[in-house]
Design a protein around this ligand. Structure first.
Ligand code: BUP
Length: 461
């Protein structure tokens, strides 16, 4: 074997929002001269994760699967916690078992690429084994700047004072209400880990981000030149990633959504999806339905009624009521199936994306040049929404919230905004421009393409 051929071990976390960027990056890297192994935990949390893991190993037979067995984990310590958070915790508690797995691979591993949620465990393991360690960051450069600056911010602030607005040097001020809300409570397990992982970042060899220079020029420059945090490692902005052929196949078998789109006029359809881990109150779902109906526009709505796809019991009809589907028949399609979102966004019939602005969705809208109407839910969505607004890919409804238990965004307001954006040529042009920049970035000689080659060169260094 070629002694200089790198062997990269990927350590992904759980949840499709985390796994898809891993799979897509791995797919892209596999066309380069490197060996790849993927640490794999079964059973996965959701059925979609299991399908996509299977598809990856089927479509890339040269990629090695490293089975990793979790220690038994008692979830009763965390009553009511989301199953994905529980899995992250279970992973973290088993991380000391990872070193022998990585040490045992042949040919010998040369680098580890880890999910951010596991960094503070994985980086020391990589260092012990004298391997490079890179982070594959699943969110924006803006969020990367928050993750790496937040520990510094806490060190410099009065320990008694509340977490307030965070002014990230060289990037932007993030209002307190835009932060992932658990960060406001530094005693939370999630926050402690966020801080630990954020501190560890400067000790890595590099970070891979699913973004591109034209989308986030300011944050990328500030990360690279050390304005955010001194001594920051190499930043590889290698996005937007493309979905894999296997994803298209894993999507709903007859691709009924795409068949339906084929019958719709150009740019006439509002695509509505709030990610795959979403639970939205049924009351809010009914307002969304009313809004879509009132907008008069055609729509394709991916409706998730529960957090994990396995548990989905409540039918669309139960949630939205009997009359709705009849009234919008022909112009609206509602499905609970896993769809090929990238193919949908790339379809000429789609004119607007009403989204929770999960980072993967934002990059997919950017790649497709489709205007995004951002209705952030929680987590990093508001930070992503700042990028939606600043890049021109879309519009952020800052006062639309999901948080207020009693407060719901009315169907009337939703319908008005949707209709207005669908008719706005300037919005459409700005988004199309971002789409052109995205295509340039990943083309030969583009910023993301070059960054990928630099990453591969670093693996060989
Ligand atoms: Br649902 C669904 N098909 O049916 P985000 C999602 N996706 O391809 P997240 C499909 O899942 P949070 C479906 O294209 C995107 O790549 C979609 O990631 C794909 O949100 C991904 O947008 C979803 O980052 O929520 O992870 O669901 O941000 O809260 O983790």
């Amino acid at each position: 074997p070629d002694a200089r051929r790198p062997h990269v071990v990927f350590v992904p976390s759980a949840g499709m929002g985390h796994l898809l960027p891993f799979f897509r990056f791995i797919g892209a890297l596999s066309s380069h001269d490197v060996d790849i192994s993927v640490v794999t935990v079964f059973p996965t949390v959701s059925a979609a994760e299991a399908d996509h893991f299977a598809a990856l190993f089927r479509d890339f037979p040269s990629i090695r699967r490293l089975d990793f067995h979790l220690l038994p984990f008692d979830a009763s310590e965390f009553p009511g916690a989301d199953q994905f958070l529980l899995r992250w915790e279970a992973l973290r508690r088993s991380m000391h078992l990872l070193a022998p797995v990585i040490a045992g691979v042949t040919p010998r591993a040369t680098a580890v690429v880890t999910d951010i949620t596991l960094l503070s465990h994985v980086n020391p393991i990589a260092k012990d084994l004298h391997l490079q360690c890179h982070v594959l960051f699943i969110s924006s450069a803006a969020m990367m700047s928050l993750a790496s600056y937040f520990p510094v911010y806490l060190d410099n602030k009065d320990a008694q004072a509340d977490v307030g607005d965070v002014d990230i040097p060289g990037v932007r001020l993030l209002k307190r209400s835009w932060l992932p809300q658990p960060l406001l409570d530094v005693s939370k397990l999630f926050t402690k880990q966020f801080i630990e992982n954020g501190r560890e970042m400067v000790k890595t060899d590099g970070v891979l981000i699913n973004t591109f220079d034209a989308l986030e020029p300011v944050a990328l420059a500030a990360l690279r030149d050390g304005t955010v945090v001194r001594g920051f490692p190499s930043v590889f902005a290698v996005g937007p990633y493309s979905s894999l052929a296997s994803e298209t196949k894993a999507a709903d078998a007859e691709s009924s959504a795409l068949v339906w789109l084929n019958q719709q006029p150009a740019r006439s359809v509002v695509y509505v999806a709030f990610g795959n881990r979403c639970t939205v109150s049924h009351e809010q779902l009914r307002e969304i339905a009313a809004g879509l109906e009132a907008s008069g526009c055609r729509f394709l709505w991916i409706l998730k009624t529960t957090v994990v796809d396995r548990d989905e019991a409540a039918g669309v009809r139960d949630v939205l009521g009997d009359g709705f589907l009849e009234r919008v028949r022909g112009r609206g399609m509602v499905t609970k199936a896993w769809v090929d979102q990238e193919a949908i966004l790339g379809h000429p019939a789609v004119g607007l994306f009403l989204s929770h602005s999960g980072w993967n969705s934002v990059t997919e809208a950017a790649a497709a040049g489709v205007p995004l109407l951002a209705w952030p839910r929680g987590g990093d969505h508001r930070v992503a929404a700042t990028v939606v607004a600043s890049s021109g890919v879309g519009v952020w409804m800052e006062h639309w919230s999901w948080d207020g238990e009693e407060w719901v965004v009315s169907g009337e307001e939703i319908g008005k905004k949707v209709k207005e954006m669908m008719a706005d040529a300037a919005v459409r042009e700005r988004a199309a421009k971002v789409g052109e920049e995205a295509a340039k970035a990943v083309a030969e000689g583009g910023t993301s393409h070059t960054s990928m080659l630099e990453f591969v060169a670093k693996l060989k260094a």
